[in-house]
Design a protein around this ligand. Structure first.
Ligand code: TXA
Ligand code: MG
Length: 344
């Protein structure tokens, strides 16, 4: 299959492909999405197929306007304020959808649908020109790190989807915050993202604990239960404040003849560069925004490299650090390197 590489000036080609029932990846401020028209059941089904995504993991519907009244049943009174405040932007809201508007596979037969208005002019114009919302799961093979650049999408899907609409590299770099608005008691955060609890302080939050982060609870956003974001190699998380731990880990893996990669801020990278095989800098010391922006590119860099093990810096779980560490812990399968050796 030919994959068209479409620049924004040729957006009409992307529109036509989508209207013909094909798949076109599109840029957003969080990560690239794998687009199909949300009422085309065959196209939506194909998205699950090419991604290798379990069918019980529903898709986000991307809209180009803050007015979603045509698609949803009643919304809580604060919903409009929420959209006014955060859209376009990295917030996905789950609401009761009207019947028979979207392809059944979008939400695996659920009554609820997740909506998001991405902050990307090209993609907003794509949705407008298509004239109907687009489904858009992250444009990566299921389980692999999400794509923050068009090149990442091509790595996973070249020859397997009809088009990629080129755009800027994602500015945020990790997926949107997903919130459930269907609970009477208030907003429930199902997936942490760049809109943090602190940003939602003026809204009724049901519960400040992110229940989905605990694997033993039943996840409300089904996507959170799957292995995610992982490169080929095992990752060990290490506390940035413990130089002795970094040295111990490097010594231990050296003894095992393992090729070592380090994914960390520029200070740590500079510190250990000479002692390991490959490094990827996430940016200035403890700069969480930069770390989020570069995380998936870093994971993909190592995935393609010949290193056997990745030592990754654990950031503080504050504000955006919550979402960053959520992704990193999933990529690492919860594995930390500690004084006692590795620990899951
Ligand atoms: O930033 C993003 O959200 C990106 C860009 C492309 O917009 N999209 C994205 O989609 O991350 P995806 O499919 O990779 O993740 C969607 C998450 C999954 O964890 C899924 O289970 C959850 O949202 N979700 C979608 N619809 C849901 C629903 N009706 N109820 C509960 N969870 C839902
Ligand atoms: Mg995803």
């Amino acid at each position: 299959m030919k994959t068209e590489l479409i620049t924004p000036e040729h957006i009409d080609e992307a529109v036509q492909l989508l209207k013909n029932g094909h798949i076109v990846a599109f840029p957003t401020e969080t990560v690239y999405g794998l687009g199909a028209i949300a009422n085309n059941e065959l196209a939506v089904k194909r998205i699950f197929e090419v991604k290798g995504r379990p069918s019980d993991n529903p898709l986000i519907v991307h809209v180009a306007s803050k007015d979603i009244s045509a698609y949803v049943e009643e919304l809580p009174e604060y919903a409009e304020r929420l959209m006014e405040h955060f859209w376009p932007g990295p917030l996905t809201i789950i609401c009761q959808a009207k019947d028979n508007l979207f392809a059944p596979s979008v939400s695996h037969g659920r009554k609820t649908i997740a909506f998001r208005m991405p902050k990307n002019e090209v993609t907003l114009s794509l949705i407008e020109k298509v004239g109907f919302p687009l489904v858009g799961p992250s444009a990566n093979q299921s389980g692999k790190p999400s794509p923050t650049r068009a090149a990442h999408v091509l790595d996973d899907f070249f020859g397997r989807i009809e088009g990629v609409l080129y755009g800027e590299n994602a500015g945020i770099g990790i997926e949107s915050t997903v919130v459930d608005l269907t609970q009477r008691e208030g907003i429930v955060i199902l997936r942490p993202g760049a809109i943090t609890e602190k940003d939602l302080i003026d809204f009724p939050l049901k519960d400040y604990s992110i229940t989905e982060l605990h694997e033993d609870t039943v996840p409300k956003a089904p996507g959170m239960k799957y292995k995610h974001y992982a490169p080929r190699q095992p990752i060990y998380l290490i506390d940035s404040q413990s130089p002795d731990l970094w040295e111990k880990a490097i010594r231990q893996f050296r003894m095992q003849q393992a090729k070592i990669g380090i994914l960390a801020d520029e200070n740590l990278v500079e510190c250990y560069d000479q002692q390991v095989d490959k490094v990827y800098s996430l940016g200035a010391i403890e700069d969480v925004n930069s770390a989020a922006k570069h995380l998936y590119d870093g994971l993909r860099f190592f995935d393609k490299s010949d290193v056997d093990v990745i030592l990754a810096q654990a950031y503080e779980k504050r504000h955006l650090g919550v979402a960053l560490m959520n992704r990193l812990e999933k990529a690492a399968g919860g594995r930390y390197f500690t004084q006692e050796g590795d620990k899951v």
